[in-house]
Design a protein around this ligand. Sequence first.
Ligand SMILES: Cc1cc2nc3c(=O)[nH]c(=O)nc-3n(C[C@H](O)[C@H](O)[C@H](O)COP(=O)(O)O)c2cc1C
Length: 163
Amino acid sequence: MKTLLIVFHSRTGGTRQMAEAALRGAATEPGVRTRLVPAAGATGADVLAADGYIFATPENLAAMTGPTKDFFDRSYYDALDRINGRPYAMLICAGSDGTNAARQIQRIATGWRLRAVAEPLIVCTQAQTPERIWAPKSIAVADLARCEDLGSALAAGLAAGIF
Ligand SMILES: Cc1cc2nc3c(=O)[nH]c(=O)nc-3n(C[C@H](O)[C@H](O)[C@H](O)COP(=O)(O)O)c2cc1C
């Protein structure tokens, strides 16, 4: 049985919905156990125990969020050189951009020698005013379907031993 680890953080719910959609997609694959873990509680041991990863974060101030960075800070050296070649993908929830958070995670994943199996999946919620920034987010069905497809594709690849 392979394990897929989804690590996520969300302030206003958008990333959470994306990560939960990826979990639903992955759950269709019986040969894979999928764990959805908040970044604040995820550890290096969780990383080591998994066979593949989805990292899900909002973009805040042109960066991954603090709890997401803290997760990488705490787990990076525990996992270094012990997870080489494992597959990963990422989900980014942004107001209007998201590319810099994706770039930051790509650099960390490169250090870990992970293998990207999909382009970063970025969903923009168009939140750019204080009111819209702090409003609870509702991710469109079509975007959730893309997250679900990503989860099922990663899980299927893991189960089949393709990755
Ligand atoms: C402090 C703060 C900074 C933000 N900075 C950015 C940014 O640099 N680029 C961007 O595209 N969106 C930015 N946003 C918008 C969020 O990415 C957007 O609201 C997204 O839906 C948050 O995801 P969440 O609902 O999972 O928390 C920012 C939001 C906050 C609260």
